[in-house]
Design a protein around this ligand. Structure first.
Ligand code: HEC
Ligand code: HEC
Ligand code: HEC
Ligand code: HEC
Ligand code: HEC
Length: 323
């Protein structure tokens, strides 16, 4: 009850007076009733529905009255802005949060178990432990370290029932060194401290930042190699290089997920190694285009001095093998 009163001094005054008046009359429960009426909020009126709820709008409207902060946090997340309703995670029946805590609830919607988001977690030690031990855990318990040995999706992203899933993610457009980015990392690290020493987590964080930095460097290098040929080549000629460049974005994301989800597979195999291959392919493609251009130029010179021209270079993109 105190929670509902906090920050509303006028109500608190009225509340105090009602309480002491009622106590003077020795009617404690009567005082409670008076307080409920005075607060007048639907919070006290709301009762949990007896059966399944018909639609997610009802969850929102009833809970907005009981837990406005929770609903506001959800609204501020990717889920609240259209991604996932209360019902998508919790189902239609009050089950104490059991369904929502399970990994399947999350991965089912985040592309399935083979998509990078869930697969990067599945290939981490956490993912393996949860997979092996989940059937033996008591999922009615809140997500706290004493209740679970290793973290699943919701443990990290909805820790302490914090429904703003964005709060612990470094926003994509921010500088890694900015305060905003640091706040998000600190909030996520606090989850790790449930089970790991801060020094260990700090070292992991630094290593992760370096690794992401290197991944982005490879992407930037490839990007400038392609850009440097823009004057000489059309988009059609550059089609292959541009396709590889676009793919590099996904491989950088893999490194990010590998670092976030602690998956060596995604850091290295689906990340750095894939980027190394991409960079080599782009270098090869750019120098192939340069050779063709030089041959064409040499051909024109030969024409100009009346010698036999080289055979015209065929369109490399339609005739060459892919890669
Ligand atoms: C009904 C589909 C759905 C379900 C279920 C779902 N998500 Fe999401 N989630 C989304 C969409 C859509 C977004 C926003 C777009 C994006 O970033 O992919 C999102 C975004 C996120 C983000 C990025 C931060 C943000 O708020 O934008 C995280 C982290 C996340 N979800 C974790 C989870 C976890 C953990 C669970 C399970 C407890 C879960 N999601 C369940 C669809 C879903
Ligand atoms: C992305 C999945 C997801 C969505 C969407 C979601 N929840 Fe939750 N919610 C969870 C999980 C997981 C827990 C359990 C957290 C824990 O054990 O600490 C939880 C816990 C709760 C709790 C218990 C809070 C507490 O302090 O113990 C309430 C109440 C709740 N959710 C209501 C809602 C409402 C209302 C909505 C829609 C506005 C909603 N949730 C949307 C996943 C979700
Ligand atoms: C008419 C009001 C009302 C509606 C509609 C409603 N709830 Fe609740 N819900 C409650 C009340 C009251 C509680 C208990 C709150 C407390 O203990 O502080 C509760 C508790 C919860 C909890 C905490 C865990 C539990 O089971 O006790 C979750 C999660 C939750 N509701 C999710 C939902 C979802 C999802 C929907 C829609 C499918 C929904 N609620 C619809 C009133 C409602
Ligand atoms: C050990 C904690 C942990 C677990 C378990 C975990 N995540 Fe994550 N997740 C992270 C971290 C850390 C990041 C990277 C955050 C960042 O980039 O700032 C991340 C990133 C994400 C993102 C990308 C958000 C974005 O917009 O870049 C999504 C979506 C996501 N996780 C969903 C999930 C799902 C679904 C699961 C379960 C299948 C899961 N996570 C399991 C910690 C965890
Ligand atoms: C609920 C407890 C728990 C939480 C929270 C947790 N972990 Fe773990 N973590 C474990 C357990 C248990 C292992 C497996 C330890 C082992 O036996 O090697 C593990 C393993 C790891 C490993 C692999 C270590 C190795 O030797 O291969 C890394 C890396 C890791 N955690 C990082 C993190 C990070 C980063 C976070 C926060 C985003 C986090 N953990 C949150 C329990 C947790």
């Amino acid at each position: 009850m105190v929670r509902g009163v906090r920050g509303r001094p006028r109500d608190a005054d009225a509340l105090g007076q009602a309480w002491s008046a009622a106590r003077r009359r020795g009617r404690r429960w009567g005082a409670c009733a008076v307080i409920l009426v005075l607060l007048g909020g639907p919070a006290q009126a709301a009762e949990r529905p007896g059966g399944p709820v018909a639609d997610a709008g009802q969850c929102v409207s009833c809970h907005a009255a009981i837990q406005p902060a929770l609903v506001a946090a959800w609204r501020g997340s990717g889920h609240g802005s259209g991604g996932a309703s209360c019902m998508d995670c919790h189902g239609a029946v009050h089950d104490g949060g059991v369904k929502a805590r399970h990994d399947q609830t999350c991965s089912g919607c985040h592309g399935g178990t083979q998509a990078p988001v869930a697969h990067s977690y599945a290939t981490s030690k956490h993912g393996v432990i949860v997979k092996l031990e989940a059937p033996h855990w008591d999922w009615t318990r809140p997500l706290r370290s004493a209740n679970y040995r290793a973290p699943g999706c919701a443990y990290c992203h909805l820790h302490t029932a914090e429904h703003d899933t964005r709060r612990r993610i470094v926003p994509h457009a921010t500088e890694p060194a900015s305060d905003v980015a640091q706040r998000a990392r600190d909030a996520m690290n606090a989850v790790c401290y449930d089970c790991h020493a801060p020094r260990y987590v700090g070292r992991l964080g630094e290593g992760g930042e370096r690794m992401l930095g290197i991944a982005r460097m490879k992407q930037r290098e490839a990007h400038s190699l392609v850009e440097a040929t823009r004057d000489e080549h059309t988009d059609v000629e550059l089609a292959q290089a541009l396709a590889v460049l676009a793919r590099m974005g996904r491989h950088v994301q893999n490194v990010g997920l590998g670092v976030g989800h602690q998956s060596p597979d995604y850091q290295w195999w689906h990340g750095q190694a894939a980027l190394d291959g991409d960079l080599l392919r782009i270098k090869g493609e750019v120098s192939r285009l340069r050779r063709i251009r030089e041959m064409a130029a040499a051909g024109r010179e030969a024409d100009a001095v009346g010698m036999d021209a080289h055979p015209p270079a065929s369109n490399p993109l339609t005739s060459s093998t892919s890669q």
